[in-house]
Design a protein around this ligand. Structure first.
Ligand code: CP
Length: 311
């Protein structure tokens, strides 16, 4: 694994999930592996879980951590050949090479515009770091993928499932703001890669990228889709076809206690209570969102460990 930009960078996903579970049982087993190594974390956008869990993961491995809110530094230019006489002060070509001298691994969070579909799909920020940095790059949520979250989600399902092939449903839920597709995309990719009975439910108009959903069953009938589910992964995303638009916020799609039944309710967090998921679910024993968020540390630790071993 040279970088971790997408779940497909993992050579053996079941092995990686077991590694994360083993690290949770014994987090300091490899505390010398990262000695004298530094993780640089660059944030173009806000974060609570990713920021702190990845820092904790690095420290469990003995690494030093440097965090930079990139919006507080020089405005970066990403286009090749630009005459930089406007707002951008530093080109990614220099910035990425300079950062590579300060850190042994670089992690980047950069959300999509949700306005320019082609630009977002190009993953120009993340891919520019991959191109110009001379150290491995870790995706802490890019325009179209959140692979650290997806590894956490698979780990949580592995921990909780008593079945060999649990039924897992990804359900769209309402939200007042236009949200990215990254979490849903990576969750779909991950569920397609492990042994689960997986389907997606969303209202018409909210289809994800067909290159990602491929032949995953999709239903527009949420009640029917959720029946007998073992895990319901709840997430909002904006329209992909009518790119970045909130077509409606149909409250009938909110996840309720009745809809969840006996299933485990998963969400990457942060979650808007009584809009996306009702209190009666989030305050019940069905919710596993806190365990999921806790697992972020060990999924990140498994990824960092793999990258450190290959330096
Ligand atoms: N789930 C997740 O990525 O949380 P943060 O945005 O708080 O990092």
């Amino acid at each position: 694994m040279k970088n971790y930009t997408d779940i497909h960078d993992i050579e053996n996903i079941p092995e990686m999930i077991q590694e994360a579970i083993a690290l949770k049982a014994n987090p300091f087993q490899y505390e010398s592996l990262g000695k004298h190594k530094t993780l640089i974390m660059l944030f173009f956008n806000s974060s609570l879980r990713t920021r702190l869990s990845t820092e904790k993961a690095a420290k469990n491995l003995g690494m030093e951590v440097m965090i930079l809110d990139i919006n507080s530094t020089w405005n970066l230019e990403f286009t090749d050949g630009t005459i930089m006489n406007l707002d951008t002060a530093e080109h990614i070509k220099e910035a990425a090479q300079v950062l590579s001298q300060y850190g042994d691994l670089i992690a980047v969070r950069a959300f999509p515009t949700l306005k320019d579909k082609a630009l977002d799909i190009s993953e120009y920020i993340l891919q520019s770091f991959v191109t110009y940095a001379t150290v491995p790059i870790i995706n802490m949520e890019s325009a179209i993928a959140h692979p650290l979250q997806a590894l956490t989600d698979a780990m949580t399902i592995a921990e909780l499932s008593s079945k060999k092939k649990p039924k897992v449903v990804l359900s769209w839920a309402p939200h007042p703001k236009a949200l990215p597709h990254a979490v849903a995309n990576s969750f779909v990719n991950m569920m397609q890669s492990i042994n689960v009975d997986f389907s997606i439910t969303h209202p018409k108009g909210y289809a994800l990228d067909p290159n990602i959903t491929k032949n995953t069953p999709i239903s527009h009938n949420q009640e029917e889709a959720l029946r007998d589910a073992d895990f319901v992964y709840v997430k909002n995303w904006s329209s992909y076809d009518d790119y970045g638009k909130v077509l409606h916020q149909d409250p009938d799609w909110m996840i309720t206690k009745e809809k969840i039944g006996h299933a485990c309710c998963m969400h990457c967090l942060p979650v808007r209570r009584n809009v996306v998921i009702e209190d009666a679910v989030l305050d019940s024993k069905n919710t596993v969102v806190i365990q999921q968020a806790g697992n972020r540390t060990f999924a990140a630790q498994a990824v960092l460990k793999k990258l450190l071993e290959q330096l």
